[in-house]
Design a protein around this ligand. Structure first.
Ligand code: O7M
Length: 241
């Protein structure tokens, strides 16, 4: 991610969340957007929504195209199941060519996240963990106070601490919550990568997210939903410089 970001002078991760009932059209649209915006972004994130629409073999072709554009591909699987199904999903995404997979730490380690990390380490892939989501209701659980040895703290702080202990390759914290980004950064130190979604359409301020400690902005509709995605990506890229 760092090499790609430096090469592209960009901190924008494109969320390729396109929808179309016609599979061929959807595939063409995905590839057209990718080619149009490639030089303004540093990675591509693909959701399960696209896997459902196109199937993993076709998504794997998109991953190949992403790699041909010299960009890493992240699978936003939000994995959060027990070990054996996590393993199966993780292996499937690794075999589809993804460089990193996003998971939810809520399963805990044993019989949950352990299998995800084990496969990632064996295959030299990344694991990025959800820490605080961007939607308004995220507060309900991510800010929930939980007991720790010396008192109480919000559960997202435990997620951040777990991510460091498990040696995750990155965290996800919503751009709609710059104060939380700042807090997470102070807990995880300077070397952990923070990915921040919710920029633009969801109301998050990309510059503020970067200033408070995020490394990368995950951006979807603000780019692909605009009349001219290339111009939108270039505009965002310029404004962040
Ligand atoms: O820029 P948008 O709002 O069109 O899309 C945001 C993308 O970020 C979309 O792909 C979501 O799945 C993702 N996302 C959030 O919007 N909020 C979160 O809290 C977390 C994610 C995400 O990427 O999770 C890994």
């Amino acid at each position: 991610m760092r090499a790609s970001s430096e090469r592209a002078h960009s901190r924008i991760v494109l969320a390729l969340d396109l929808q179309n009932d016609d599979r061929q059209t959807l595939l063409k649209q995905c590839n057209a957007i990718l080619e149009g915006v490639a030089k303004y972004i540093c990675a591509v994130k693909i959701n399960r929504q696209l896997v459902l629409a196109l199937g993993l073999p076709t998504v794997s072709q998109i991953v190949t195209n992403v790699h041909e554009l010299s960009l890493p591909a992240i699978m936003d699987a939000k994995l959060n199941d027990v070990g054996h199904t996590n393993s199966f999903m993780m292996e499937s995404y690794v075999h589809a060519g993804f460089d990193a997979v996003i998971a939810s730490p809520i399963t805990g380690w044993e019989g949950g996240m352990d299998s995800v990390f084990e496969i990632a380490r064996k295959e030299d892939k990344g694991v990025i963990l959800l820490t605080y989501m961007s939607n308004p209701g995220a507060e309900q659980f991510y800010s929930m106070m939980t007991g720790v040895e010396d008192g109480q703290r919000p559960i997202f702080e435990t997620f951040a601490q777990m991510a460091v202990e498990w040696r995750a390759d990155g965290l996800v914290v919503g751009a709609t919550r710059p104060d939380i980004i700042r807090r997470v950064r102070s807990l995880v130190g300077p070397s952990m990568e923070i990915y921040s979604p919710g920029v633009g359409t969801q109301g998050g301020d990309g510059m503020k997210a970067l200033e408070t400690g995020a490394n990368y902005l995950i951006v979807g509709r603000t780019i692909y939903g605009s009349e001219n995605p290339r111009d939108a990506a270039r505009g965002l890229h310029e404004s962040l410089k």
